[in-house]
Design a protein. Structure first.
Lengths: 171, 784
C-alpha cells in the first residue's frame, strides 16, 4: 500500500484542530480542555517525538490515559493556547539547559558531571555515555542514572576539555 | 565492637527526609514547628519545577509545604562546614480536611506530588527523579493516616538505594559509594583477598619475580663491563690463551645466568598458572552464586548482555591484569630500582644527569599516554558502533531484503564506518607525531650521557666498559618507564571490572526467606489475596486494592486487557515479587512466611514464554524432579500430548534442545513445558497465556494436555481467548490493576458487563473468520 493512501480516516487517528479544542489552566495550575464539546478537568499531554519534533504530534489524553486525540502541530494554535500547551509540556518534559560544564570526571566506569544550570551548580552521574547522551540537531540530551534529563543547546560554549570527553558519543 | 545494624522503623521517613537541626530551627524562625511531624519529606523543586529546597510534613491537624533557598555554609575547617543559611521563600498550610488524598505522579524526567480534594487536584509540587521513592512513601504515609488515623507503612525491605554508605550523598543505585568514597584501593584490597588461600604460592611468585629481575639487572655487568674492562682489554697485556679462557668463563657465566633466568621464569609461570585459574574460578562461582540468589526484579532491570559480561568479560579482565599487569608492575619496579641503583654505584655524576632528565621523558610518556587513551577510547566507541551495526544488519537481513533497503543500509554503514576511519586516522597520525618526539627526547638523553661519559673516559674517571654498560642500563630504563606510564590505565579497567563484579556480589535479594519461615508439606491449595497493592517502579501502580479468594481445587480464570495486571498477579502468587501492600495467603499462611521450597514446590507455572535449558528433551522434562524415572518422563510427555512429536525427533528423548540444539516450534516447546509441570505435580497451577501464540489445532492439543493437568489442583488460568475459560469455576475480570467483575461464566455473560463485551467481540471476530466456536455464539445469540 502506498504511503499516500494512508489517510487519518483509514487509521482512525483523531487529529485535534484548533477550532474544536480549547485548553485552560485551573486555579491549582493543572491543564484542562474542552474538546469537541466535552469538558475534561484535566488532560495529559505527551509528545510522540520528544526529541525529533517536540512541537508536533502531541497526544492529548484524559486522566485515565485514554487518548482523546493528537495535535498535529502546536504552532497551528493561537499564541495564548500555545503558551498553555508549552507550559504543560515543559513541566512534563522538564529538561534544564546546561549553560556551562565545570568538569566531567570519569571514575570506575561512571561519568561525574559538574555543571551550571543558570546560576545553580548541579552535579549528576551518567553511566554508559553511549546510551545516555543523544544528539538531536544542535541539542545534546543527557540522561543521568536517576532518569533526570539535561540539555546542552550550544556545544561551542562549553570548555574544550569537557567537549572532548563528550565528543565520541555525539552522532 | 561490631557495628550495630541501623534498623529502620516502618513509619519513619528515610534518613534523607529527616529534617536537620538547622532546618528545624529555620522553620521554627518562620513559626513552623516541624518537630512533631508524623512524617516528613525533603524535595528539590517548587510547583513549577524550579530548583529550590522544599520541606513537606504533616501532623494530626495540618499538611505543610515550605519552600526555601539554602546557601551552603562556609568551610570552617578541613572537614567541617558552618551551618547552611536557609531562607524561607514560600509557605503553604493545608488543614487536614482540605486534602483527601495525595498521589505521586511520574512524568518523563520529574515527578509531581498532587494534593487532591474530592478527586480534584488542588496543589502540586515537583521533584527530581532521584526522590520519587521518597515522595511516593510520603504520599502513602499521608493516605494511610487519612484512612486509618495512623501512619502505617508496609515494611521497607530494600536497603536505602542510591545513597553513599559513607556520607549519604546521592550515588548510582547499583553502587554503595559516591564518587568521593568509591575508591580503587578498597577494590584492590578486596580483589587481593581472593588470593588469601594461596599466600605461600603468592610469596614464592613474588620472591622469584624479584630474584629474576635482579639477575637480569646483573647481566650487563658481565656482558659489557667485565667483557670490555677485563677480558678484551689489552692494557694488562695478558696472553691470548688466558684471554680466551677468561672469555670462555664469561660466556659460560652469561649462559648460566640466562639459564637461571629462564628456569626462574618458567617456575614462576608454573606456580602462577596454578593459582590464577583457581582465583578466577572463585570469582566466577561467587558471581554466579550471587546471581542465583537475586530476585527476578534484578534480571528485569539488568540486561542479559550486561550480566554475561560481568561473569565472563569482567572476570577475564581481572584475570589478565593479575597475570600480566601485576607481574609486569613487580618486575618493572624491581628492574627500575635495580638499574637505577647500579647506575648510581657505577657513576653518580652521570646518574645525576639521568635523574634530572628522566622525569621530563616520563612526563612526556605519561601525558602522551593520556592523550592516546582519549583517542583510543574514541576509536573504541566508533568501533563498537560499527560492530553493533554489522550485527544489527545480519540479524535483520530478512526485513532489509523484504523492504529493499540494502542501499540505505549501505549508506548508513558507510557513514558510521567513515567516523571510525576518521578516529583511527587521527590516532595513527597522533602516534606518528608523538612517538618520534618521545624517541628524540630519549636519543637526546642518550647522546648527552654518551658525550659526558666519553669525556669522563678520556679523563680516566670511568672505564670504557663502565660507560658501555651504563649505556645498556640506560636503554633498560625505557621498558619500565613505558610500562609504568600506561599500567594505571590498565588498572583502571581492571578496577572497573572488579567494581561491576562486586556490585552483583553485594546486591541484596529483594525477595528473601524469613529466618523462621514455615514449611508446608501438604497444602490444600486455597489462596486468599487481601488489599493487594503492587508496582514495579515507584508511582506506577500495577495492582491496586486487589481482593480475591480461590477455593482449594477450584479453577479461576483471569481475564483483562493487555497490561491490566493479570500476569503480575501470577508473579505475586509465585512470590517472584513481593507486594507493596496487602497479603497473599496460601492455606491461611502469608506466602512471605513460607519457606521458598514449600512455596515453589507447590506452585507450577506454564507461561507463554517458555525456556528450554541446554540439554536433552528428557532433562528438560525432569527439570523440576531430577530423580524422575524414564517411565514418569514418558507418562508426563504422553499426558502433555508431547510424546508423539518427541518420538519423531532424530534422537527422541535424547535430542538436544535449548541454545544451539534442535529447533522446536512454539507449540512443541509449550508441550514440553507442560510435561515438565506435570512431573512437578504442583498443588497450584498457574497457566499464564499458555496457548496465546498457538494456532487453533495446537491450541486444542494443548488444551487437552492442560485439562489432564488441572484435575485435583487449584488452577489459575490467564487467557486472552475467553472461550478457553469455559471450564473455570469463577472468572475475575481485571482492569487497570483492580478487580472489576467476578463470578461464574454464565453470571458474567448475564451481567452484560466488561466480560460480556469482550466475549461478544471475540465471538463475532471468530464468526467473521469462519471459525466456529462451540460455546460462545449460542450464548450470545440466546442473550440477544
Amino acid at each position: 500500500m502506498a504511503t499516500d493512501t494512508i489517510s487519518p480516516e483509514t487509521l482512525k487517528t483523531e487529529y485535534l484542530r484548533p477550532d474544536e479544542c480549547v485548553f485552560y489552566v485551573s486555579n491549582a495550575g493543572f491543564i484542562g480542555a474542552e474538546i469537541k464539546g466535552v469538558r475534561y478537568d484535566r488532560v495529559l499531554l505527551k509528545r510522540a517525538l520528544p526529541f525529533g519534533a517536540p512541537e508536533d504530534y502531541v497526544c492529548v489524553s484524559d486522566i485515565e490515559k485514554n487518548e482523546i486525540g493528537i495535535i498535529e502541530h502546536v504552532s497551528d494554535f493561537s499564541e495564548e493556547q500555545q503558551t498553555l500547551i508549552h507550559k504543560e509540556l515543559t513541566l512534563r518534559y522538564f529538561t534544564p539547559v546546561i549553560s556551562d560544564i565545570i568538569s566531567i570526571k570519569e571514575k570506575m566506569g561512571h561519568f561525574y558531571f559538574d555543571v551550571k544550570i543558570g546560576d545553580v551548580q548541579k552535579s549528576f552521574t551518567v553511566k554508559d555515555l553511549s546510551k545516555n547522551v543523544r544528539m538531536h540537531g544542535e541539542n545534546i540530551d543527557i540522561i543521568d542514572i536517576d532518569g533526570n534529563r539535561y540539555r546542552i543547546e550550544d556545544l561551542s560554549a562549553i570548555a574544550t576539555r569537557a567537549r572532548r570527553k563528550l565528543e565520541p558519543y555525539l552522532y | 565492637m561490631p557495628k550495630q545494624k541501623n534498623k529502620k522503623q516502618n513509619n519513619t521517613p528515610d534518613r534523607k527526609d529527616r529534617f536537620s537541626e538547622a532546618e528545624l530551627s529555620a522553620l521554627m524562625k518562620a513559626e513552623f514547628d516541624a518537630s512533631g511531624a508524623l512524617f516528613s519529606c525533603k524535595g528539590d523543586m517548587d510547583d513549577r519545577c524550579n530548583y529550590c529546597d522544599s520541606f513537606l510534613w504533616f501532623d494530626k491537624q495540618h499538611l505543610f509545604v515550605v519552600l526555601a533557598e539554602t546557601q551552603i555554609g562556609p568551610v570552617k575547617s578541613r572537614k567541617k562546614r558552618l551551618e547552611p543559611k536557609i531562607e524561607i521563600t514560600e509557605t503553604k498550610t493545608f488543614p487536614m480536611e482540605q486534602v483527601d488524598k495525595i498521589s505521586c505522579e511520574r512524568y518523563v524526567s520529574t515527578g509531581r506530588l498532587v494534593f487532591e480534594k474530592e478527586g480534584t487536584p488542588i496543589y502540586a509540587i515537583g521533584f527530581s527523579m532521584r526522590l520519587i521513592e521518597h515522595f511516593d512513601r510520603f504520599a502513602r504515609a499521608f493516605n494511610s493516616f487519612k484512612k486509618t488515623g495512623v501512619v502505617d507503612l508496609p515494611p521497607e525491605n530494600k536497603k536505602e538505594k542510591g545513597v553513599c554508605k559513607k556520607c549519604g550523598a546521592p550515588c548510582d543505585p547499583e553502587k554503595s559509594y559516591c564518587k568521593k568514597h568509591d575508591r580503587k584501593t578498597a577494590t584492590a584490597v578486596r580483589l587481593f583477598s581472593f588470593f588469601g588461600g594461596y599466600i605461600p604460592q603468592v610469596a614464592v611468585v613474588l620472591l622469584i619475580m624479584v630474584a629474576d629481575s635482579l639477575v637480569t639487572v646483573f647481566v650487563p655487568q658481565l656482558s659489557t663491563r667485565q667483557l670490555f674492562d677485563n677480558v678484551l682489554s689489552t692494557e694488562n697485556g695478558a696472553p691470548a690463551a688466558e684471554m680466551f679462557k677468561a672469555l670462555g668463563v664469561l660466556v659460560l657465566s652469561i649462559f648460566g645466568i640466562r639459564l637461571l633466568n629462564a628456569f626462574l621464569s618458567s617456575f614462576r609461570q608454573y606456580i602462577q598458572g596454578s593459582i590464577m585459574p583457581s582465583v578466577i574460578y572463585d570469582i566466577k562461582v561467587k558471581i554466579f552464586k550471587a546471581m542465583q540468589r537475586l530476585s527476578v526484579g534484578f534480571y528485569v532491570s539488568n540486561q542479559t548482555g550486561s550480566l554475561m559480561n560481568r561473569v565472563m568479560r569482567d572476570a577475564n579482565n581481572i584475570y589478565w591484569f593479575f597475570v600480566d599487569g601485576v607481574t609486569g608492575i613487580l618486575i618493572n619496579v624491581a628492574t627500575l630500582i635495580g638499574v637505577l641503583t647500579i647506575m648510581f654505584i657505577m657513576s653518580p655524576k652521570l646518574s645525576l644527569i639521568v635523574l634530572l632528565l628522566t622525569p621530563v621523558i616520563y612526563a612526556m610518556l605519561f601525558f602522551s599516554e593520556k592523550l592516546f587513551r582519549a583517542l583510543h577510547h574514541k576509536s573504541w566507541v566508533y568501533h563498537s558502533r560499527v560492530s553493533s551495526m554489522v550485527s544489527d544488519n545480519i540479524a535483520g537481513q530478512r526485513d532489509i531484503k523484504a523492504f529493499a533497503k540494502e542501499d540505505d543500509e549501505y549508506v548508513r554503514f558507510e557513514k558510521v564506518s567513515g567516523s571510525f576511519r576518521k578516529a583511527e586516522l587521527k590516532l595513527a597520525l597522533t602516534e606518528a607525531t608523538v612517538f618520534p618526539i618521545a624517541e628524540i627526547a630519549v636519543l637526546i638523553l642518550s647522546a648527552f650521557v654518551l658525550g659526558m661519559g666519553g669525556t669522563m673516559v678520556a679523563k680516566n674517571e670511568i672505564t670504557t666498559g663502565t660507560l658501555l654498560s651504563y649505556m645498556v642500563y640506560l636503554t633498560m630504563l625505557r621498558e619500565p618507564f613505558d610500562f609504568l606510564s600506561w599500567v594505571s590505565n590498565w588498572w583502571s579497567r581492571c578496577a572497573d571490572s572488579a567494581q561491576r563484579v562486586f556490585e552483583i556480589v553485594d546486591s541484596d535479594a529483594e525477595i528473601t526467606e524469613k529466618e523462621d519461615a514455615v514449611a508446608l508439606d501438604q497444602i490444600s491449595g486455597e489462596i486468599e489475596i487481601t488489599d493487594l497493592d503492587f508496582e514495579y517502579e515507584p508511582a506506577r501502580p500495577i495492582i491496586k486494592e486487589f481482593n480475591l479468594k480461590i477455593g482449594a481445587g477450584q479453577m479461576l480464570g483471569i481475564v483483562g486487557r493487555t497490561g491490566a495486571g493479570k500476569s503480575t498477579i501470577a508473579n505475586l502468587i509465585a512470590r517472584l515479587y513481593d507486594p507493596k501492600k496487602g497479603s497473599i495467603k496460601l492455606d491461611g499462611v502469608d506466602i512471605r512466611d513460607l519457606k521458598f521450597e514449600s512455596l515453589r514446590k507447590n506452585i507450577g507455572i506454564v507461561s507463554q514464554d517458555i525456556y528450554l535449558f541446554i540439554g536433552t528433551v528428557a532433562d528438560n522434562i525432569r527439570y523440576a524432579k531430577p530423580d524422575a524415572s524414564m517411565d514418569e518422563v514418558i507418562a508426563a510427555a504422553k499426558a502433555a500430548h508431547a510424546h508423539d512429536f518427541i518420538m519423531k525427533l532424530p534422537d527422541a528423548y535424547e535430542t538436544r534442545v535449548g541454545s544451539g540444539g534442535q529447533k522446536l516450534s512454539g507449540g512443541e516447546k509449550q508441550r514440553i513445558s507442560i510435561a515438565r509441570t506435570i512431573i512437578q505435580n504442583p498443588k497450584i497451577l498457574i497457566l499464564d497465556e499458555a496457548t496465546a501464540a498457538m494456532d487453533t489445532e495446537t491450541e486444542r492439543n494443548i488444551q487437552n494436555s492442560i485439562s489432564a493437568l488441572k484435575s485435583g489442583r487449584t488452577t489459575i488460568a490467564i487467557a486472552h481467548r475467553l472461550s478457553t475459560l469455559r471450564d473455570a469455576d469463577y472468572l475475575a475480570v481485571i482492569d487497570g490493576g483492580t478487580l472489576v467483575e467476578y463470578g461464574t461464566f454464565d453470571t458474567l455473560i448475564r451481567q452484560k458487563g466488561e466480560f460480556y463485551k469482550q466475549f461478544k467481540l471475540q465471538s463475532e471476530a471468530l464468526k467473521a473468520a469462519g471459525i466456529l466456536d462451540d460455546s460462545a455464539p449460542q450464548d450470545i445469540e440466546e442473550e440477544e
